[in-house]
Design a protein around this ligand. Sequence first.
Ligand SMILES: [Zn+2]
Length: 175
Amino acid sequence: MRFIAHRVGRQHQATIDRVHAAVDAAVDIVEREIRGCVGPLEVAVSNTSDMWRMVVDAHRPMFGRQNARLWQRHEGHAFGTTTITPGGVLVVINAQTCRGRGIEIDKTLLHELTHAVQFNRPGARALIMRSLANNYGITPMTEAEAKAANRQVDAEEREAERMERHHRLLAQSIA
Ligand SMILES: [Zn+2]
């Protein structure tokens, strides 16, 4: 696993330290709970605007598009985000929204790593590529495709939210 502390200042050191301390245990919990594998994974800590820049940087080799505002508009205040990269999955923890909120950092790790496992499931990557191509205006989805994609996202979101309740187990396992 690669860990990148991305352009965040000293005020975010506690968040970086917590992510370092918790990430391996969080991966173990998530992989055990939903019987999957996070696969090749990068974990980063950044502020809000760099978070969306990193997402777009990850997509650029696959889609050639550069508009970070596309993401910021939808999810500007997120605690974190997860997306596919050419080689695997990128999880970004938002140090700005998580600042001073240790439990939120643990919950966000569990939540986003659940998405990493989801994105690593057979067939998932092709569906995400399809949705991203739609979002970037490259290949529009049909109404039926968009509905199916939304249902998938909703189901994955519920699964990720359920994983957050294991934050006490995570805190205990790294204490
Ligand atoms: Zn989510």
